[in-house]
Design a protein around this ligand. Structure first.
Ligand SMILES: [Zn+2]
Length: 73
């Protein structure tokens, strides 16, 4: 099972928890408030900000495609 990192919305405590991806976010171990799931290293590749996927494209410097699937490099 993957390890997720959470940050408490109330006190800012960061903690890790092993759980199913579909499980609800756990409560803070310190104050019991709701938490936000942080982006972990497990799910970093292809994250929503697009930066990590852009890096993958750097392996091919002379074309503008992201995955080099359609060029001869
Ligand atoms: Zn808390």
């Amino acid at each position: 099972m993957p390890i997720f990192e959470f940050k408490c919305k109330k006190c800012g405590e960061k903690f890790e928890k092993i759980q199913l991806k579909s499980a609800p976010d756990p409560c803070c171990p310190l104050c019991g408030a709701a938490s936000d799931r942080l982006i972990s290293s497990f799910g970093f590749v292809g994250s929503a900000d697009g930066k990590s996927s852009a890096k993958i494209g750097h392996s091919c410097g002379s074309c503008s495609t992201h995955n080099c699937g359609s060029c001869s490099h």
